[in-house]
Structure formats: structure tokens, C-alpha cells
Design a protein around this ligand. Structure first.
Ligand code: PBG
Length: 332
């Protein structure tokens, strides 16, 4: 027997009649502080290039990026996630540009840190923007090498921390990389650098526009990342991946993509109750914007609704390419 009164004494619609009562009983709310803005960095200065498959998103050179960081900080967005568009001539088999202390990411980290010290900076740890083959790890005879890749990731992470990165975010899905990166950071004196693990990252079709944006799609060709990114069939495995990364001292974990994996966000949050982030990835963003441009739905409203769904599922924060638009909207 339900403990609640029945109709007609009970009328759930009483709590939906006006905006003020709806806001009084709202269970979750979205605020600018929940949002993290991923950005694409270009070489040069004064450079702005739209990403065709991500309407409203531009790749920017470091000088223009500083302006975006200022605006994000002003809107109350706590952090940016940086992704470099590495010129093809700098891509190599081993991705060594990843640990060049003057690479695009490091230059952006230093410039933004200096101009906008109040915003947090996150950098991806993975080799795909730097490898000629577009894989996140090193390859031999078509096999992605785990342990050799970890050594490279450690160099990359230390290089980013030295350039002023606040949060290093391994997105590569190699086994054992969190412990190794933590040890390398500590050994280099970066005890305070935060580790955000892309712990449950799925081999997803929704990364397509991102791979256009950074140019890794062309390098990757018809290859896939299924030997390291997770199978979309699995959720118990996501809990094990998160458990392993927490045992290796991840400070925060991420589930990615977001909307198709809300069940995973919920299970991770309920099981471990640690800071849990979600990534509304490029394909999720592109679908909503594309439908909006066709006039098939109200893109801003749909974006807000999906971001609210992340909060409802338990996410503590959301990486979204719409962060600036949404933060402006939330601030009226
Ligand atoms: C690379 C990386 C990817 C994304 C973030 N880091 C793509 C991939 O794994 O191929 C995707 C983000 C997005 O689609 O918005 N390690």
C-alpha cells in the first residue's frame, strides 16, 4: 500500500501550476559552476576556424583563446579543457610532440594561466592529437602497446603539469596509467596536480566531430579504438574500471559519452560517491545543434534539458561545448 494520499485529495499538478512553485520543488538545478568548456587550439595568432560538424564551435589560436577564458571566468565557468589541433607535419609515429614543452597545449596553458589565473585548466593525456596514425597509444604490428604507451603518457602529463596545468585528464584508457602518472607527477614535485581519469570511456560513434576538429579522424582512417575503449554493452565493467582508477589515486572520474550513458553515471555516483564528471561529447552536441539549425527543435532548450539530465543522473560537472551559451542563458 502506498503511503501517499490518492486522487482526488492528492493532485500532483498543484506543484506544477506556476513557475515559482515549480522552482521551489525542483530537485536539481543547473548552474554555470557545473560546466566545463572544452576548446580547440590552433597554431598562429588571430586565427579562428569554424568546425563544420560542430555548429557554433571554432578552433582558436592562443591569443583569441585567452579572450574566451576571460569570458568563461566572468560567467562563472570553473574550468576549460584544452585540445590541440596539431599541424600534420608535427605528427609522428610515437607522438613525441605530446611532451614537447613548447607544444600548443603548453603554450596555451602558460598564456591562459598568466592572463586568467582564476580559471582552472584541464589537459587531456593521450597521444591521438600527436600520432600520425591517430591512435591514443603507441602501435607495433597493428597492436596498441599498453606499457610502452604509459611511459609516454607520464612524460606528457609531467610536461603539462610543468606548464601550469591544474588537472591532467588521461583519456587514453590504457591499463595502469593512473598509478604511473600519479607516481611520475609526485616524483617531479607536482603533488597538487589533480588527476581526472576518463575511467569509463566507451568506443563511441559520437566522437566523430571531435576527430574532425582536431584532425585525428583523418589519421585514424577506418581504424577504431575498440581494443582499449569500452564496449557499449557493458556497465558492470565500468564500475570495475572506476574502482581500479580510484585505487590508483584518481581524484575524480569521468564517464564518456554522456547522454547515452546516463545509467553509468548514476551507477558510478551511487556506488563510489566520488566526484563524477560527464562529457557531453561532440556528436551529442552536433546532433542537437544540427536539428536546431533545421528548425526541427529548439536547440538551446534541448541542450539545457539534456544537461539537466546529467545532473539528475548524479554528475557533479559536465564538459559541454555549449558551456558559454548555457551559462549566459542561466544568468539571463
Ligand atoms: C582522445 C579524446 C577523444 C575525445 C576526447 N579525448 C576522442 C577519441 O577518443 O577518439 C572525444 C571528445 C568528443 O567527442 O567531444 N583521447
Amino acid at each position: 500500500m502506498t503511503p501517499f494520499a490518492a486522487f482526488p485529495r492528492s493532485r500532483p499538478r498543484r506543484l506544477r501550476r506556476t513557475a515559482w512553485i515549480r522552482s521551489m520543488v525542483a530537485e536539481v538545478a543547473l548552474a554555470p559552476r557545473d560546466l566545463i568548456l572544452p576548446v580547440f587550439i590552433l597554431e598562429g595568432s588571430g586565427q579562428r576556424e569554424p568546425v563544420a560538424s560542430m555548429p557554433g564551435v571554432d578552433r582558436l589560436s592562443v591569443d583569441l583563446l585567452v579572450g574566451v577564458a576571460e569570458e568563461a571566468a566572468r560567467l562563472g565557468i570553473p574550468a576549460l579543457a584544452l585540445f590541440p589541433v596539431t599541424p600534420v607535419e608535427r605528427k609522428t609515429e610515437d607522438g613525441c610532440e605530446a611532451w614537447n614543452e613548447d607544444n600548443l597545449v603548453c603554450r596555451a596553458l602558460r598564456a591562459i594561466k598568466q592572463a586568467v589565473p582564476e580559471i582552472g585548466l584541464i589537459a587531456d593525456v593521450a597521444l591521438d592529437p600527436f600520432t600520425s596514425h591517430g591512435q591514443d597509444g603507441l602501435i607495433r604490428d597493428g597492436v596498441i602497446l599498453n606499457d610502452e604507451t604509459i611511459a609516454a603518457l607520464c612524460r606528457q602529463a609531467v610536461c603539462q603539469a610543468a606548464a601550469g596545468c591544474d588537472i591532467v585528464a588521461p583519456s587514453d584508457m590504457m591499463d595502469g596509467r593512473i598509478a604511473a602518472i600519479r607516481a611520475s607527477l609526485d616524483e617531479a614535485g607536482f603533488h597538487e596536480t589533480i588527476l581526472l581519469s576518463y575511467a569509463a570511456k566507451y568506443a563511441s560513434a559520437f566522437y566523430g566531430p571531435f576527430r574532425d576538429a582536431v584532425g585525428s579522424g583523418r589519421s585514424l582512417g577506418r581504424a577504431d579504438k575498440k581494443t582499449y575503449q569500452m564496449d557499449p554493452s557493458n556497465s558492470a565493467e565500468a564500475l570495475r574500471e572506476v574502482a581500479v582508477d580510484l585505487s590508483e589515486a584518481a581524484d575524480m572520474v569521468m564517464v564518456k559519452p554522456g547522454l547515452p550513458y546516463l545509467d553509468i553515471i548514476r551507477r558510478v555516483k551511487e556506488t563510489y560517491d566520488v566526484p563524477t564528471f560527464a562529457y557531453q561529447v561532440s556528436g551529442e552536441y552536433a546532433m542537437i545543434r544540427a536539428a536546431g539549425l533545421q528548425g526541427w527543435l529548439d536547440a538551446d532548450a534541448a541542450m539545457l534539458e539534456t544537461l539537466l539530465a546529467f545532473k539528475r543522473a548524479g554528475a557533479d560537472g559536465i564538459l559541454t561545448y555549449a558551456a558559454i551559451d548555457i551559462a549566459r542563458r542561466l544568468r539571463g
